[in-house]
Design a binder for this molecule. Structure first.
Ligand code: NAD
Length: 497
């Protein structure tokens, strides 16, 4: 029998009464592995009501105790690392190595959440006026919500609920309906770690359920990660409803290759960063910008890419897995067609890729384009597949101008042996996450994930100290501690000239 994914409300796993269910498929076979409900109106209400009610008591739990819950959770996640990765592979198609990375990046955020006491410190100034002190506390907000994409089913929910809950908030998570199973396992392990009932709820669904979250007055903050159009919609609708919103959207990430870079290092890194995870990473390199003579390296890049074979999650030789769905594959294949029709040179075309033993999988082989113009749809749209574009420029200034003209600003990298070139790039580039001889510069969680321009809307970025600010309010107190005048010392006034 096909598993019916439950809702998680008030500490109970509940079978939804919904009439609308979505199939969850294994992307390598397209077999249905589970069905996920689109939660009903009353189930959505119950989840938010539970979070609002439990907040009243959870906010009173001592901060070190909340931190200890995160320490226990980190331990249990580590113990279950391989189980989570295997489940994650089955619903995303990711190779096991890639899935393990997904889980590990999430565990690192839980470690950050375990430091919550120092991240929530306020500030004090004594004697802001005679016998009056000023200080601020950092307090939780209430019900926080998260809406997450398919491509990192462990890491991205873990960007959100551990930090929010460690701050003293309660949480409603709506994972991607394409990959709900990993989130359910994360919730079970959270309960095992000692999380009280109702601190975390999980609801399932699509636009209608997201709209409920966006408009419900009890929800104070919304963290979203997903595609460009949905990200814009979430930011606009959430802020129209006067909520605090952080919205992480799509990307078009460029790697700039300087003539003094190490050719072999460039080619190896470009291959992994562009087609790894089937290009379904918001930090994937999708455009390689060859500066000056480095364009002569493109034939070798083509050779290296042609050797990468996609395959099933447990195939140790697989370079990457299938695309998440048949629709995702069709969209990528259509964009490849458009690139060819627009006049770009398709040096490698993965549209007809087959993988032995998996005739129904959503495979796309490594694809490489040269002579791409910046008004072609393959350049203006995020492809989110194993497709790499190459562009050629004369010098670093042209490369910087090209990258800065792009609508997105999630990640970028430069490969060079020159400190001066790297410093110039780092200083002038209008992108939030910059790698110097590092292809996918994802910051560790003691920093923040800092997309710019069309890749991020809102304020206070993900998972670092700044995210604690996102999940909290600051309360500033101005206090005279006595109800009668007890001067604390001799009075002296100064006259300022
Ligand atoms: P998506 O936008 O289709 O879905 C994301 C979430 O939004 C899901 O939970 C989905 O159910 C919900 N949703 C979908 N359509 C909706 C609608 N019309 N109204 C309201 N909610 C809706 O994204 P995806 O395909 O799951 O994920 C891939 C995208 O996520 C890529 O564009 C990628 O770049 C982006 N992403 C960005 C980052 C980042 O940090 N900037 C990280 C990972 C992924």
């Amino acid at each position: 029998m096909i598993e019916k994914v439950k809702l998680y409300i008030g500490g109970e796993y509940i079978e939804s009464q919904s009439q609308q269910w979505v199939d969850v498929t294994n992307p390598a076979t397209n077999e249905v592995i589970a069905q996920v409900p689109c939660a009903t109106e009353s189930e959505m209400n119950a989840a938010i009501a539970s979070a609002a009610e439990v907040f009243k008591t959870w906010r009173e739990v001592a901060a070190p105790e909340r931190a200890r819950l995160m320490l226990r959770y980190q331990h249990i996640l580590k113990e279950n690392h391989d189980n989570i990765a295997t489940l994650l592979s089955s619903e995303t198609g990711k190779t096991l190595a890639d899935a393990k990375g997904d889980v590990w990046r999430g565990i690192e955020v839980v470690e950050q959440a375990a430091n919550i006491c120092s991240s929530m410190m306020g500030e004090t100034v004594e004697n802001i006026a005679r016998d009056i002190d000023g200080y601020s506390y950092v307090q939780p907000l209430g019900v926080c919500a998260g809406i997450t994409p398919f491509n990192f089913p462990a890491m991205i929910p873990l960007w959100m609920f551990p930090l929010a809950i460690a701050c003293g908030n309660t949480f409603v998570l709506k994972p991607s309906e394409q990959v709900p199973l990993t989130a359910m396992l994360l919730s079970e392990l959270f309960t095992q770690a000692g999380a009280p009932s109702g601190v975390l709820q999980i609801v399932h669904g699509k636009k209608e359920q997201v709209d409920h979250i966006l408009t419900d007055k009890r929800v104070r903050t919304i963290s979203f990660v997903g595609s460009v159009s949905v990200g814009e919609y979430i930011y606009k609708t959430g802020t129209d409803n006067l909520k605090r919103v952080q919205s992480f959207a799509g990307a078009k990430n460029h790697m700039v290759i300087m003539p003094d870079a190490n050719k072999q290092q460039v080619i190896n890194n470009l291959v992994g960063a562009s087609v790894g995870a089937a290009g379904q990473r918001c930090m994937a390199i999708s455009v390689a910008v060859f500066v000056g003579d480095t364009k002569a390296w493109i034939p070798e890049l083509k050779q290296a890419l042609a050797q990468v074979q996609p395959g099933a999650w447990n195939d140790e030789n697989a370079g990457y897995g299938p695309l998440i769905s048949q629709q995702a594959k069709q969209r990528v294949v259509e964009l490849i067609k458009q690139g060819k029709a627009a006049g770009a040179d398709c040096l490698l075309d993965g549209s007809d890729c087959q993988v032995e033993g998996y005739p129904k999988g959503n495979w796309v082989g490594p694809t490489l384009f040269a002579n791409v113009a910046t008004d072609m749809s393959i350049y203006t749209e995020e492809i989110f597949g194993p497709v790499l574009l190459t562009l050629e420029v004369d010098d670093l200034d042209q490369a910087i101008a090209l990258v800065n003209a792009n609508l997105y600003g999630n990640g970028t990298s430069i490969f060079t042996a020159s400190g001066a070139a790297a410093r110039k790039y780092q200083h002038n580039i209008e992108v939030g996450n910059v790698g110097i001889n590092v292809p996918i510069p994802v910051p560790l969680p003691f920093f923040s994930f800092t997309g710019w321009k069309g890749s991020f809307y809102g304020d206070l970025h993900a998972y670092g100290k700044q995210a604690v600010r996102f999940f909290t309010e600051t309360k500033t107190v101005t206090a005279r501690w006595f109800d009668e005048d007890i001067p604390s010392g001799p009075n002296m006034t100064i006259e300022l000239k």
